[in-house]
Design a protein around this ligand. Structure first.
Ligand SMILES: Cc1cc2nc3c(=O)[nH]c(=O)nc-3n(C[C@H](O)[C@H](O)[C@H](O)COP(=O)(O)OP(=O)(O)OC[C@H]3O[C@@H](n4cnc5c(N)ncnc54)[C@H](O)[C@@H]3O)c2cc1C
Length: 353
């Protein structure tokens, strides 16, 4: 998104991606909140069927808390495999004039008198180039962030994803959230894509036997082996972001999406906030290169409404966690309301931002 915006404004843009495109990403691939939906519509004219999964549209979320009957939240959301969604976006960026180098890993970024030196590696070869601005959209373990803030201490959570052949006796049009301890955390989720189903969560190792027993009620064979398993990291930077000890930009180096710690609390939705911050960063770079000003100053100021949303959701998340253990029936309603608030708060920020 950032590369496409900059190229559309006439800048010469190089997009460096360490993996081969199409690349997958541990993600449920739901286009969930308003930012994501609106940006996809406005900037890309909607998502083609070829970039969506089967089913292409979920009707909402279902919450399972303890033994209480499940609670539903109606919230239609497009569903994708990230390799398809992201490679479609990269193709659209290339159509706008972006040069794309995949299998190219950024090793570090440093400030020079005339711009920023980017050291990168392709195969065995290390090279470097100079750029007037850098947008680090390189995810939770961002190399660009490490270059900007080598001493920043970052906590991570480590979600894993298990992919099984077949289907469970669960509605395929819904996204299923399980809270086995009748608490907001730990949780795991299940969704269906084509002829497989995926079980995902940060605490799956710890919940393995509970998850197996719960899903057995819906036809899961606890002895079944997954077709594949993968995992990733989430950078837990909300406190530092809101408290101001971490600023996702300095000079003309800006951090967007997970690199900037901008994944949303509660739902841990991050496609919309990555796209939205990418647009803000691109606009800040375009303005600052025109005027010879500092892009980070503009970006950090325009990011404030998003940081207020993150702050609000962070408080809601800690309120939920701190509530005395309520009975499951009440908790499922509180969770449903918190998830709904996460999705709708974004619009408030947009309107008043
Ligand atoms: C289990 C799980 C489920 C999720 N489900 C959803 C969901 O349904 N909906 C939603 O909105 N969000 C979801 N999220 C969050 C979402 O996946 C992320 O917030 C989002 O992908 C962030 O986008 P990004 O572009 O910032 O980073 P990423 O999508 O991580 O992209 C970063 C890119 O940078 C590349 N890269 C990394 N390092 C380098 C380097 N040194 N040099 C060059 N390239 C590099 C990576 O290969 C990658 O392609 C989920 C997260 C998890 C863990």
């Amino acid at each position: 998104m950032a590369a496409k915006k900059c190229a559309e404004a006439g800048l010469r843009v190089l997009l460096l991606e360490k993996q081969a495109i199409p690349r997958d990403k541990v993600c449920s691939g739901l286009i969930m909140g308003q930012w994501a939906v609106q940006i996809m519509e406005r900037e890309f004219g909607g998502i083609p069927q070829s970039a969506l999964a089967t089913p292409p549209l979920l009707t909402g979320h279902r919450f399972y808390v303890g033994a209480a009957a499940p609670e539903d939240l109606v919230w239609p959301s497009a569903l994708s495999w990230r390799k398809d969604l992201d490679s479609w976006m990269v193709r659209r960026a290339a159509d706008s004039g972006v040069r794309v180098w995949d299998e190219t890993q950024v090793r570090g970024v440093s400030a020079e008198q005339t711009g920023y030196r980017i050291v990168f590696q392709r195969g065995e070869t290390r090279s470097e180039l100079l750029a007037r601005a850098v947008i680090g959209a390189d995810g939770a373990t961002s190399a660009v962030r490490k270059s900007l803030y080598p001493d920043l201490r970052v906590r991570y959570s480590g979600p894993i994803r298990l992919c099984y052949q077949g289907a469970l006796d669960l509605d395929k049009q819904l996204f299923h959230w399980f809270f086995p301890k009748s608490l907001p955390r730990p949780r795991f989720n299940v969704n269906h894509k084509g002829d497989v189903f995926l079980v995902e969560g940060s605490a799956l190792q710890e919940l393995q036997s509970e998850a197996g027993a719960i899903l057995a009620r819906y036809g899961f064979d606890p002895a079944a082996q997954p077709l594949w398993k993968d995992g990733c990291a989430i950078a837990l930077l909300h406190d530092a972001l809101v408290g101001g000890s971490f600023k996702p930009g300095r000079g003309n180096v800006l951090l967007v999406g997970d690199a900037g710690g901008l994944i949303l609390p509660i739902t841990y939705e991050g496609i919309g906030s990555a796209l939205k911050s990418a647009i803000l960063a691109a606009e800040a770079v375009i303005d600052s290169l025109e005027r010879g000003t500092d892009a980070a100053a503009v970006y950090l100021q325009r990011l404030q409404p998003m940081l207020r949303v993150i702050d609000r959701l962070r408080q809601l998340q800690s309120d939920l966690a701190a509530r005395p253990q309520t009975e499951a029936g009440l908790l499922k309603q509180q969770l449903r309301d918190a998830y709904r608030e996460t999705l709708t708060l974004q619009m408030v920020a947009e309107d008043h931002g």
